[in-house]
Design a protein around this ligand. Structure first.
Ligand code: PGA
Length: 250
């Protein structure tokens, strides 16, 4: 089953980088070599979307880290899907845990954003994940199913959606989910999609794992049958990202 889904690795640069350091990242991305069987996406901070698109090789797609739910207007500080597309980026990350928990984005708002981004033709990496206290209270499935439902209710074209399971306690902490912990949630998510969307979508939708993925742990995580790629934060700023993209390569 896993073999039919193309491995997909995203680099979420978050609020990091300047032109000089981005030149360094682009240099290692362009030098690769990147596994031809993997889809690679990088998400620079908004001011650099155009710059990165103009410099990185065509085999690397560019993503925004967020966007708003309408096309234009009096929404100071926001960006729209059409702006993202206008500078040649083709993806957007929505519902990242930092958007949810630092900026207070609700399931409902994230659903609206997913709906609009898809209607405007973007591809979406839609993020979900439980907090430590939720995991410890045995609520992991309840939380990720609720978040996934708010996304799924707004998806018009599953071919343009990648789900990213990112346990909040593993993001930026150096505390990775074990491969078995990741597999367990990915498997539950796929079953949820099968029961609530369709078995066909469940078989085809790619589920990335995110949270302290690095060059040392990526192979074991990537070998799990329901882990279809990664969303990488800290390590995506380093040449280790190439190793992570190539995690499935023999
Ligand atoms: P991390 O971030 O790899 O630095 O833990 C992952 C993410 O937030 O997407």
């Amino acid at each position: 089953m896993a073999s039919q889904r193309k491995f997909v690795v995203g680099g979420n640069w978050k609020m990091n980088g300047d032109k000089a350091s981005i030149d360094g990242i682009i240099a290692f991305l362009n030098a690769g070599p990147l596994d031809e069987n993997a889809e690679v996406i990088v998400a620079p901070a908004t001011p650099y979307l155009d710059y990165v698109r103009s410099k990185v090789n065509a085999n690397v797609a560019v993503a925004a880290q967020n966007c708003y739910k309408v096309g234009k207007g009096a929404f100071t500080g926001e960006i729209s899907p059409s702006m993202i597309k206008d500078v040649g980026a083709t993806w957007v990350i929505l519902g990242h845990s930092e958007r949810r928990h630092v900026f207070g984005e609700s399931d409902e708002l994230i659903g609206e954003k997913v709906k609009f981004a898809l209607s405007e033709g973007l591809n979406v990496i839609a993020c979900i994940g439980e907090k430590l206290e939720e995991r410890e209270a045995g609520k992991t499935n309840e939380v990720v199913f609720r978040q996934t439902k708010a996304i799924a209710d707004n998806v018009s074209d599953w071919k343009r959606v990648v789900l990213a399971y990112e346990p909040v306690w593993a993001i930026g902490t150096g505390k990775t989910a074990t491969p078995d912990q990741a597999q367990e949630v990915h498997d539950s998510l796929r079953k949820w999609v099968s029961e609530n969307v369709s078995s066909e979508v469940a078989q085809n939708v790619r589920i990335q794992y995110g949270g302290s993925v690095n060059a040392a742990n990526c192979k074991e995580l990537g070998a799990k049958p329901d882990v279809d790629g990664f969303l990488v934060g800290g390590a995506s700023l380093k040449p280790d990202f190439v190793t992570i993209v190539n995690a499935r390569k023999a």
